[in-house]
Design a protein around this ligand. Structure first.
Ligand SMILES: [Zn+2]
Ligand SMILES: [Zn+2]
Length: 90
């Protein structure tokens, strides 16, 4: 899934991505492994854990119609906030 104009993740970024994937979905709470969604391409330390549906689902996904995001009144920054909180264990 590596596109040509996108740098490969560094060792530290890869380790972080693994942490993210271990977390439950930041939107619906489905248990991991989750997918890591980048808020901005290539900036892995601000990526968030999403299940396949909340990530890529045509109806619910952030890359689709974002229905569940709207119902739960969540956006990427809100989920990032929750993700950092979980990573810090607080
Ligand atoms: Zn989800
Ligand atoms: Zn994504």
């Amino acid at each position: 899934m590596q596109s040509k104009n996108k740098a490969a993740p560094t060792k530290a970024e890869k380790a972080h991505i693994e942490w993210i994937k271990d977390l439950p979905c930041g939107v619906c709470g489905t248990h991991g492994p989750s997918e890591a969604h980048e808020l901005r391409q290539g900036e892995w330390f601000t990526s968030i854990p999403l299940c396949a549906d909340c990530h890529r689902g045509s109806f619910n996904g952030i890359h689709g119609q974002q229905r569940i995001w709207k119902v739960l009144k969540l956006d990427e920054m809100a989920v990032l906030n929750l993700t950092v909180q979980q990573l810090l264990g607080r």
